[in-house]
Write a protein that binds this ligand. Structure first.
Ligand SMILES: NC(=O)c1ccc[n+]([C@@H]2O[C@H](COP(=O)([O-])OP(=O)(O)OC[C@H]3O[C@@H](n4cnc5c(N)ncnc54)[C@H](O)[C@@H]3O)[C@@H](O)[C@H]2O)c1
Length: 279
């Protein structure tokens, strides 16, 4: 449904890999709300070719950029400004990659070189994107930048591994750069902490099916879908959210503030796992 929330706005969307991607759904929703979009992803992801379907559907150019490469980012912002014939109103950072998870390394046996790469791709890349925009004065006043994160930044989810640290750093960069960009140009920077969602990145986490099922049972509203996350991002890109900045915003159906739920208690009782059985 369109409310024309983003009519006249122009945005860059990072991270649409396939139609399950949160970035893919966000691009569709922003387009439906009247925005013009530039799509970008790493050259290796572009070679999959899926993104071209999305590009066609929303009439968006695709400009490749490895988010850890400053030259790629400069080129992306320069070409986007040329395409839009002006500044950029919003950016979605929907990027995550863990080398230690991918290569099956336990948190306690971390390979630090891989960890550096993980933090660069998943966290400091937000700094790189913001710095590139800052240096080129590419974002318009009241612009909005959103990066996607997960509650493992605040609570321990053992199989989330080094990505927990990566998300904590990402959220910190959003706050710190959000302060400076707010002062300089009223640009806002927020992170959205999303429920577990079945995507390529999400499914990389060990035991993901149990993980997603547990979160569903622990959330009074149930897990937030990728489509709902897209709706929330569109709202954050719109003028209806002008004074929200430097926040980590939970979009998780109430999971973050639930201690235990009736559904979890009942399922533990049913499987005979209650504490009483230990005696
Ligand atoms: N799926 C979940 O359960 C979940 C929950 C909370 C937060 N998130 C976050 O949402 C974001 C999007 O992930 P998703 O679940 O849609 O999965 P996804 O796999 O569809 O998206 C991840 C994207 O990161 C891109 N990427 C990786 N390395 C890159 C690089 N060097 N340069 C540019 N792009 C690069 C990939 O090409 C891909 O498009 C990530 O930050 C993820 O951590 C996901």
């Amino acid at each position: 449904m369109s409310h024309n929330l983003l009519t006249g706005k122009k945005g860059i969307i990072f991270g649409a890999l396939d139609e399950k991607s949160i970035a893919w759904k966000t691009a569709l929703q922003c387009h439906a709300q009247g925005a013009q979009i530039v799509l970008t992803n790493a050259p290796v992801a572009l070679r999959m070719g899926e993104i071209n379907k999305l590009a066609e559907a929303i009439h968006a150019p695709v400009i490749g950029a490895d988010v850890t490469n400053m030259e790629d980012l400069k080129k992306l912002f320069a070409e986007s400004k040329r395409h839009f014939d002006g500044g950029i109103d919003f950016v979605l950072h929907s990027i995550g990659m863990s080398l230690n998870v991918r290569k099956g390394k336990h948190y306690t046996e971390m390979n630090y070189e891989w960890n550096q790469k993980t933090l660069d791709i998943s966290s400091m890349s937000l700094h790189r994107v913001l710095k590139t925009a800052w240096d080129m004065d590419a974002l318009n006043e009241w612009g909005s930048v959103v990066a996607l994160t997960y509650i493992a930044a605040q609570r321990v989810f053992p199989d989330y591994n080094e990505m927990a640290d990566a998300k904590a750093l990402l959220e910190s960069v959003a706050r710190s750069f959000g302060y400076h960009y707010g002062l300089k140009k009223k640009v806002r920077v927020n992170t959205v902490s999303q429920s577990p969602t079945r995507t390529t990145a999400g499914s990389g986490v060990k035991g993901f099916d149990a993980f997603i099922d547990y979160a569903e049972k622990m959330s009074p509203l149930g897990n937030a879908t990728a489509e709902d996350c897209a709706n929330y991002c569109a709202f954050l890109f719109s003028d209806l959210s002008k004074y929200i900045t430097m926040q980590n915003l939970f979009h998780d159906g109430g999971f973050s503030f639930t201690g235990v739920s009736t559904a979890i208690v009942e399922s533990m009782e049913a499987s005979g796992q209650s504490i009483v059985n230990k005696q």
